[in-house]
Write a protein that binds this ligand. Structure first.
Ligand SMILES: *Cc1c(COP(=O)(O)O)cnc(C)c1O
Length: 454
């Protein structure tokens, strides 16, 4: 069957339920722990920080399909289904017998997949009758997605933006403000934890871990507010399963079977969502597809971190999560893989990796931008730097196929566009981009501060 350049689904073929991969995992991801007691977080405890329905989703390791409320399905229809694109031009240029596909999530104003979870989280906050939500944003995609979702439901949205991004990406900030969000550079003096971090490190560029601490404090100290997070949590991977479900429906329609699925990995949400139904098949012994996570060499939690309980934030106010981590005090160099700079990895992805179900690779920044430029010139889309980590490995795998003559089917997640990352492109184009790789000592130092869990 002739495969079109773009496979679009009909609206009626869009998923009506999210797929909860945890239901098919024999080794469940480890529970979040209360940092005070060392015991698993209860629904009551989680509900003080998160909306109740989202706390329930966070704890649910058994229900395989969770219905998507109609209002969320309707919102999804404004920008989904997203296309699954056959990268004919890239294949031709590479001279590879491989068949390359990418699932493109950049077709909405926020420019990334993050809107898939933002709209769900805003919906549940509204259902619960809350006034608003607080959050952090690094590169700005999550804050943008959340501000769009909040304005749709008439919720207040307070965003703590990592200081360096706040300064480097003023236009991101303006998009958020246009949607009605308030944006504060983090660390800030508006929270106790922010003031403490500023007192200790006055010149800090900020980090996601630090912005999370501030956002959590702002949520618990403001009546009618809850905290929402754009990645890492199991509820976020659940919402992002729409990416994988659509991908699978589109492939099944044309009888295409993937050999390799590749996703970039920051906190693990797009990867976890893209691979979800395929990893489910693999867990049930129905497929032997290879699943590859690609992380930046500057923030290599899977490839060089440790699988242990750690804090999700720098201020150590959040629950402890068992994950591949570089230590919550790890502050990556201010490089450009903005959305991939988190010190830990989703518990679900961490457990799958520990069980050998997924592979992980790290990619250096200049190699990533070479892939981004190559891709932009043949496929037209200007990719986000985060997404370009997946492009790098997809190209590498396609080149291997050229050498072996194998006609493999490679699918990767093109999570977003790079219009707000032009400083990074500029430094690449000017030949000024460098690769920063932390030393073993750097990593050992932050790992030595992991919390001791009996
Ligand atoms: C946030 C972001 C990522 C990384 O986050 P994950 O939770 O690991 O998916 C990747 N790509 C883009 C475009 C992003 O905005």
């Amino acid at each position: 069957m002739e495969i079109p350049y773009k496979i679009y689904l009909e609206e009626s073929e869009m998923p009506k339920a999210w797929y909860n991969l945890r239901a098919d995992m024999k080794n469940k991801p480890a529970p979040l722990l209360n940092p005070g007691t060392g015991k698993p977080m209860t629904l009551e405890e989680l509900s003080q920080v998160f909306c109740r329905e989202l706390a329930l989703q966070e704890l649910d390791c058994e229900t395989p399909y969770i219905p998507i409320p109609q209002e969320i399905q309707d919102f999804y229809k404004m920008y989904r289904p997203s296309p699954l694109v056959r990268a004919y031009c890239l294949e031709k240029k590479l001279g590879t017998p491989a068949h390359i596909y990418y699932k493109f999530e950049g077709n909405n104003t926020s420019g990334s997949h993050k809107l898939n979870s933002a709209i769900a989280q805003a919906y549940y906050a509204k259902q619960q009758g809350l006034k608003g939500v607080t959050t952090e944003t690094g590169a700005g995609q999550w804050g943008t997605a959340l501000s769009m979702a909040c304005s749709y439901f008439g919720l207040d949205c307070k965003v703590f933006m990592v200081k360096i991004s706040y300064e480097q990406k003023p236009f991101r900030r303006e998009v958020m403000r246009t949607y009605g969000a308030s944006v504060t550079p983090s660390p800030s003096n508006t929270t106790q934890v922010g003031r403490k971090i500023l007192a200790e490190f006055p010149d800090t560029n900020g980090s996601l871990g630090c912005a999370i601490s501030e956002a959590v404090e702002a949520a618990v100290s403001n009546e009618g507010y809850r905290y929402v997070l754009g990645s890492v949590l199991s509820q976020v991977l659940l919402h992002q399963s729409v990416i994988g479900l659509e991908t699978k429906t589109a492939m099944d329609k044309y009888g295409i079977k993937p050999d390799i699925i590749i996703g970039c990995a920051g906190g693990g949400s797009n990867l976890g969502g893209l691979i979800a139904p395929f990893a489910g098949q693999k867990l049930r012994g129905e497929s032997d597809v290879r699943l590859i996570a690609v992380e930046p060499a500057s923030c290599p939690s899977l490839t060089r971190g440790k699988y242990a309980y750690d804090f999700c934030d720098t201020g150590c106010v959040c629950p402890l999560a068992k994950m591949y981590t570089l230590g919550s005090s790890f502050i990556p160099s201010p490089n450009h893989a903005g959305g991939l700079r988190y010190h830990g990895m989703s518990s679900i992805v961490s457990q799958l990796y520990d069980d050998g179900l997924i592979e992980a690779r790290s990619a250096e920044q200049t190699a990533v931008f070479e892939a981004a430029e190559y891709f932009a010139r043949v496929e037209g889309i200007l990719p986000a730097p985060e997404s370009s980590h997946a492009i790098r490995v997809a190209i590498d795998e396609a080149i291997k196929c050229r050498e072996t003559g194998e006609e493999k089917t490679i699918v990767f997640g093109l999570t977003g566009t790079g219009y707000f990352d032009l400083y990074a492109y500029q430094s690449f184009n000017d030949g000024k981009m460098t690769d920063y790789i932390p030393t073993d000592e750097d990593i050992a130092k932050s790992l030595s501060k992991l919390p001791q869990i009996k």
